[in-house]
Design a protein around this ligand. Structure first.
Ligand code: HEM
Length: 511
């Protein structure tokens, strides 16, 4: 277990919070150290290696004008009980919903993804893109909207600006991360009111993403231990450890994650024949088409999960991802973040395949979104204000970025179109909002197993492009590099290897 670090003085150093929201009495607030995030991004930009703002791939007319009628149609499309709601029978409770798949006919299993794919995907989102300024539903130029994350896979969401600018994330050695204990196992460092002291408050939205963040911190700390034992000079320790961690993580993106979500043939095709559409002239940049399309991951979230197998007084800890009943509770009944208790940790064997028969499949991606995501707690929304329906927020964001329709993008990219005639009632049968369109493609062409068409191309090209255009990636620094840390299959490296090396695996926990 890791030493419990003091939190009081640290919390005083936080000057700005984005996750303020209107909290119920006693509710924990998810903290976001915007200063750390912004400082890291600014430094990289000052060095001229990274872009400041969002961008676009295509200059095409918007799918619709931002009129009150269109806003009302999008709001209707994304409402609780509406066309995108999977209408999960929440009254069955979190245990029956996750253990009895027949209760959720709209949340079908994906036989090729394990449940953890969703949360690795969200962790990646938080590493590369964070829009903290654009107004929902109001047209805004992406080129003048700052991205608070560095648009590369450099784990700035975990490292912040590093131990110099952000000592609050690190131990006194200025090399290893501060990790605390939740009572049984690791927890993020927290202030007295429950706020996580981490570089990106979104990584404490719920237990799975908090566990993933803690796993990466623990992974870094183990890499430092190994480098120390190998005699790495102390001056080089932090930089060498960060590079080792980041390159293994990038390896997982290229060899494990990306093939799962867009298919290996497309990944190979992009590497072999180059990117056709995402070709930023200079520094890498997050295009708004991607920033919305990549939200396809919202469709892979299930209503409830088994967080661990024996952490709740020897029993499994099941919970809805979010449940209004959890509001204000010290140890919430749901899986929201921002709270510490013995049972609030992740037993990873149901999320990734440790070969022990415990792993559970992911939800297929389709146009049905799990019901709890239509009722987010305000603390899970970075801007802290309504609407609390995640689908409504995603759909209104199309007006913010004046995005072209999915059909228009397909035509421009030379990709066959999918049918969205079911959107006739909203006036979008010929011009579907891109997020919906990408989900429909995944459902209709990819059988919900992986992205297809426009979505697969966009996501595949941007991922590969961000890695290729990152001066610090292994693809640039040392293209022939191979993983160096212990793994089940020598010469490669997977999430299971990462969690095992980080000692958050079932064998290390003894449960
Ligand atoms: C329970 C899980 C999740 C929750 C509660 C959640 C919540 C949110 C919220 C509240 C936003 C801001 C929406 C807006 O105002 O426009 C957002 C944005 C976003 N989400 Fe999620 N999300 C989850 C999982 C995921 C997953 C699995 C992915 C991808 C695999 C993903 C990708 C994104 C992206 C790309 C954005 C835009 C980020 C930005 O640039 O600011 N999310 N999410």
């Amino acid at each position: 277990m890791h030493p419990t670090a003091k939190t009081d003085s640290t919390s005083a150093r936080f000057t700005r919070r984005a996750f303020l929201g209107a909290m119920g009495a006693g509710a924990a607030v998810v903290a976001l150290d915007l200063d750390a995030a912004v400082a890291a991004a600014q430094r990289a930009r000052a060095e001229g290696t990274l872009a400041n703002n969002f961008g676009r791939v295509f200059n095409l007319p918007p799918f619709a004008e931002a009129t009150p009628q269109v806003k009302a149609a999008l709001t209707e499309m994304g409402r609780l009980g509406g066309i995108m709601d999977a209408k999960d029978p929440l009254h069955e409770g979190p245990i029956r919903l996750i253990t009895n798949p027949e209760l959720s006919p709209n949340n079908r299993d994906n036989p090729f993804h394990t449940a953890g794919t969703t949360f690795l995907g969200q962790f990646l989102d938080h590493d590369m893109t964070f829009d903290t300024t654009s107004p929902l539903g109001v047209p805004t130029p992406p080129e003048r909207s700052p991205n608070s994350r560095t648009p590369v896979f450099d784990l700035d969401s975990v490292y912040g600006g590093g131990p110099g600018p952000n000592p609050q994330f690190y131990n006194a050695d200025r090399v290893t991360f501060r990790l605390e204990s939740g009572g049984l196992f690791e927890d993020l460092p927290r202030a007295a009111d429950g706020r996580a002291i981490i570089a990106d408050g979104r990584n404490d939205e719920h237990l799975m993403i908090a566990g993933m963040h803690a796993a990466f911190m623990s992974f870094h700390n183990r890499v430092v231990e190994r480098l120390r034992a190998q005699g790495t000079p102390s001056l080089l320790l932090f930089a060498t450890a960060r590079r080792t961690v980041t390159w293994h993580y990038q390896w997982i993106i290229v060899h494990e994650f990306l093939p799962l979500i867009v298919g290996r043939p497309l990944v190979d095709h992009i590497f072999r024949f180059g990117r056709q559409f995402y070709r930023p002239a200079g520094a890498p940049v997050i295009p708004v088409e991607f920033q919305v399309a990549y939200r396809f991951g919202h469709s892979m979230v299930r209503p409830s999960y088994r967080a661990n197998l024996a952490g709740d007084n020897g029993q499994p800890f099941f919970g809805f991802i979010f449940d209004p009943a959890g509001q204000g509770q010290a140890d919430p009944v749901d899986l929201r973040g921002g709270a510490r208790a013995r049972r609030r940790f992740i037993g990873w064997q149901t999320f990734f395949d440790f070969g022990d028969g415990q792993v559970r499949p992911n939800k297929r991606m389709d146009t049905r979104i799990s019901t709890p995501l239509f009722q987010l707690p305000l603390q899970a929304i970075p801007s802290g204000d309504p609407p609390i329906s995640l689908p409504q927020r995603n759909l209104l964001r199309h007006l913010t970025w004046s995005l072209p329709s999915g059909q228009r993008l397909a035509a421009t990219m030379g990709i066959p179109q999918v049918d969205t005639s079911e959107l006739a009632a909203f006036g979008f049968e010929q011009n579907a909002p891109l997020w919906y369109y990408v989900l429909k493609e995944g459902q209709a062409l990819g059988d919900g197993i992986q992205l297809a068409g426009v979505g697969a191309r966009l996501v595949g090209e941007v991922f590969v492009g961000l890695l290729q255009k990152d001066p610090g990636s292994y693809l640039n620094g040392q293209p022939s590099w191979r993983p160096t840390l212990p793994s089940r299959t020598p010469g490669t490296f997977t999430m299971v290897d990462l969690l095992t090396f980080a000692k958050v695996d079932p064998a290390s926990r003894g449960q």
